[in-house]
Design a protein around this ligand. Sequence first.
Ligand code: ADE
Length: 243
Amino acid sequence: MLAIIAALPEELSAIVEAARGEGEIRTETVAGITLMHATLAGRQVLLARSGVGKVAAAATAAILAERVTGMILVGTAGGLGPNVNPGDVVIATELLQHDLDARPLWDRWVSPVVGVARIPVDAYLTAALAAAAVGACSAHRAELSALGFGEPAVHPGLVISGDLFVATAEGSAQLRAELPDALAVEMEGAAVAQVCAAAGIPFAVARTISDRADHNATVDFPVFLNQVAAPYAHDLVVGALKV
Ligand code: ADE
């Protein structure tokens, strides 16, 4: 059974609604985290709203690790790559905690738990999400254009996570300078990655870009979150489950 995780209710709402249409949802609360046992695209899944940040995401992933055989994390992220714009989808190929620094004991960004800085994703789940992303982009093209976004694109690459909402040009420029191949920044992915890597559970991460992690982020993020994030996350997840 797969787990579907999103940090915010706005990111998970369309998925929960679709699951409700397929049958009863049984909820269970473990350590304050609500798990929803549901059917989605004809498959048994566990839906989980983690809350924001690496600690909340890691706690959720640890609880799920006892219950599922794979995890998919969806939601929004700030674009860092030069042509990674709001409305685009970033499919993580590896994830790194940009605020993890245990030097001089370990090299910068290395997670002592798993021994690497860049945690690789599961190829099969990631290919399913990448295939779904192409469909999700075309399904939302008109809506994105009406909101003033350009033609959406899919980018595979490095996603970085930290306990920071990056909302200044200086903050995103520093991340770009230190990690030039980072495509997107968010607050949960690498935490789920670390728990899954330690537990030997396959996982994948897809993020829709809501902002450019600059001073406009505080305006762009809520607009995207309220208008596009939910249906986008739904199409990515349901599309991937059907692959
Ligand atoms: N999630 C969406 N936008 C983000 C940003 N700018 N920084 C961190 N997480 C985000």
